[in-house]
Design a protein around this ligand. Structure first.
Ligand code: GLU
Length: 424
């Protein structure tokens, strides 16, 4: 292992997940990085774990655990979402914060990367308990966040209502209005137009750039989308509105398929009425696993991590995989896709539209100048297209996967900033 070969003094096993560290170690050899450069990238600058009490509706107090990791902030304030998930650990948060650092660097916005969250199942909380958990968590980390330090945003199981509580709690503590402390807020509280669907739309811009460079015709492709939360649902809706054929979608209860194409607005109504996409009229029930290996040309994982793995990667029929979720593909599946010539568009590029519009929201808050939706959409499209181009050109030059070229681009940009700061 590289760690041993080079006797890295403060290397601490388990700094990063296997996948991140493998990519980094390969880049280390490939780019001929120094041990100092590798050390600087493979551990977070700051990690916090907080325990806080919340008075539940029963009147009893319950302790919760939350985390926040500011992985790297050489290029600007740390930036990243807050997720509420029952199995969330500090390790998960650190890996996701690492990916956020790369994501912001790939799309070339002046932010570092962070992530945070609370180990909780929000579905088991009342609205009041959810608000108290959010406010208590923010009180616990308030000294470490701020518009020029670290800026939270929504992530898995958090939304604009939660961002509004974050804003309010932070402003109560500081005693002044500071809208730029959090992004993904409701528009009435300084949120940006288009932020709600920007992750999905940004991903679709990336997909269209990829299609333009392939021999696939827009109207001939079949698309399957795993996940029907904010990202999956908006991706299905926008693709449908653009005239694409969506043959399958799913949520945690299972999936639905219609090879003639699903009428997405009707599926959305069905989900709003019943709580799930399953049992939608005219569709066949499929499992999430069947969706991943269905007869589609484009597969869009938009749910949780590690969905595509060594057990199913060989059966994937898609020619393009667009990672709208964070880390949906394992390292084994990555290399199977590379061998099978499947174009995998990595999360740090594919789902960066969310943080790009968060950046626009932050600028609007700091300048107190609010933009029309058209301006935001135009800037988002431009940013996504040029980022795709940067990654794709490098991948053609170097004959490597798009994940490798995206990492390479990001790592070089972060190290350049570190060098300019005198840290290397
Ligand atoms: N949670 C989103 C992500 O993983 C958005 C982060 C942000 O807007 O800061 O990219």
């Amino acid at each position: 292992m590289i760690i041993k070969q080079h006797e890295r003094i403060h290397a601490d096993e388990g700094n990063l997940c296997k996948k991140c560290i493998t990519e980094l170690e390969e880049l280390y050899l490939y780019l001929d990085l120094s041990v100092e450069e590798l050390d600087l990238l493979d551990m977070p600058r700051r990690s916090f774990t907080v325990h806080f009490p919340v008075k539940m509706d029963t009147g009893k107090t319950k302790m919760f655990v939350g985390h926040r990791v500011q992985y790297n902030d050489a290029r600007g304030p740390a930036k990243g979402g807050i997720r509420f998930h029952p199995e969330l650990t500090l390790d998960d948060v650190r890996d996701l914060a690492f990916l956020m650092s790369l994501k912001c660097a790939v799309v070339n916005i002046p932010f570092g990367g962070s992530k945070g969250g609370v180990a909780v199942n929000p579905k088991e909380l009342s609205r009041n308990e959810l608000e108290q958990v959010t406010r208590s968590y923010i009180r616990a980390i308030a000294d470490h966040i701020g518009p020029h330090k670290d800026i939270p945003a929504p992530d898995v199981y958090t939304d604009e209502k939660i961002m509004a509580w974050i804003l309010d709690e932070y402003e109560r503590i500081k005693g002044e209005h500071i809208p730029a402390v959090v992004t993904g807020k409701p528009i009435e509280l300084g949120g940006s137009k288009a932020r709600g669907y920007s992750t999905s739309l940004g991903g679709i811009h990336i997909l269209e750039e990829a299609l333009n460079r392939s021999n696939m015709e827009k109207h001939d492709v079949n698309i399957a989308i795993q996940g029907f939360g904010n990202v999956g649902e908006n991706a299905s809706r926008i693709l449908y509105e653009k005239g694409y054929k969506i043959i399958a979608v799913s949520d945690s209860k299972g999936g639905i398929m219609n090879m003639d194409g699903l009428t997405v607005p009707e599926v959305m109504k069905h989900k709003a009425n019943t709580g799930s996409v399953i049992d939608f009229k005219g569709s066949k029930f499929i499992t999430n696993e069947e969706l991943l290996t269905s007869e589609c040309d484009i597969l869009i994982p938009s749910a949780l991590s590690e969905q595509l793995n060594k057990d199913n990667a060989r059966d994937v029929k898609a020619k393009i995989v667009l990672e709208l979720a964070n880390a949906p593909t394992t390292i084994e599946a990555d290399s199977i896709f590379l061998d099978r010539n499947i174009m995998l568009i990595p999360d740090i590029l594919a789902n960066a539209g969310g943080v790009v519009v968060s950046y626009f929201e932050w600028i609007q808050n700091l300048s107190n100048d609010y933009w029309e939706e058209e301006r935001i959409l135009e800037k988002l499209k431009k940013t996504m297209a040029s980022s795709f181009n940067d990654v794709y050109s490098l991948c053609n030059e170097e004959k490597c996967s798009m994940r490798r070229s995206a990492y390479q681009l990001a790592v070089k940009r972060i190290l350049h900033a570190e060098r300019l700061r005198g840290n290397l």
